[in-house]
Design a binder for this molecule. Sequence first.
Ligand code: HEM
Length: 375
Amino acid sequence: MLTQTFHFAVLKDYQKVFTAQGKTLVEVLQFRADNMNPIDILPYIKRCTLDIICETAMGCSISCQTGGNDGYVNSVKRLSELVWLYEKTPLYWISPIWYLSGKGFEFDKHVRSTTEFTRRVIENQRTEISRKSSSATTENPDQPKKRQAFLDFLINCQELSDEDIREEVDTFMFEGHDTTSSGITFAIWFLGQHPEYQRRVQDELDDIFGDDFERHPDSEDLQRMKFLEQCIKETLRITPPVPFISRKLSEDVKIPHPTKADVILPAGMSIILNIVSIMKDSRFFERPWEFYPEHFDPERVTSREAFAYVPFSAGPRNCIGQKFALLEEKTVLSWIFRYFSVTSLTRFPDEFPIPELILKPVNGTKVILRNRRKL
Ligand code: HEM
């Protein structure tokens, strides 16, 4: 049912949102550039991806890049922190301790505030749809067609209740912004550590846009950003935003052992697949612990075992938003490297990313930005 919402034609429509929000991001950042004070880039990127997902998933704008909707933004941030804290602290699994610590109440408060926000948007959207259907005959055909948001598709599915819809939209809200903000931030961080690769990205962008800093990228431009795409994929290999996935085995799984007897994992067992490590296998990546975008040169990709690279998981429950994510990352990063040169103040692996709910830079990502155009 949901796959149609990621159809190529729909993504093309979402592309306009990625572009507009990417432009807002560089406009906000350019006033932080050209001085020697480093900035932590992650919160800026996060607000950008949150604006993008609100508009594409719910069809409403929260303008958090320009200071709007602080309450929702803080609740989303705090929920991610609290879920992770809960997961890694077995003591908190005892309900009275979770609540006596105050964390339980705080968690419930933020869940209420985010779900109420989504409910309100669904309600408004339903009212809008019924208003339109009752005034359909008086509608102006010359008016531009409104972009379909993910929520509109769900509302049109008769078999879903409002609460079903709310759950799906909330899943998308979380899956769809925390992951891409880490992906974009890590890519900026790596390119800020490797001026030679950053130069290649900027040469590619300059070939496409010349010195026009205003032109919005279209799908043809994005297809030409081949080296930038290699850098994005290499970043997702070293620091995949979703570092582990888990499964409950539906049948016995045999793991062959090179010297001892095979290991059998029995059906019913819960397992964790460590995708961070899978993608550091030197049999498939010649420089597993280095940022080396050449790993994604076309001839290397075609000769590689497909399951060696799984930042979006694989199989029937893989990431439904992967094309959306790559397109979004490419668009936002193209704006960043058209506008700025970046220097990272910390290096991988001295500064090691940590898994929260999503893999994050441990101490934020401190960078210095220099404007590439004269203001
Ligand atoms: C760089 C960005 C992203 C990464 C690395 C990523 C990674 C993943 C991974 C590894 C899974 C599979 C989990 C599993 O196998 O158990 C997954 C599932 C999912 N992702 Fe993404 N994701 C990204 C962006 C997005 C975006 C932008 C959206 C939505 C707009 C999204 C929506 C989802 C949903 C709904 C699922 C669950 C699919 C299902 O259960 O069938 N993701 N993602």
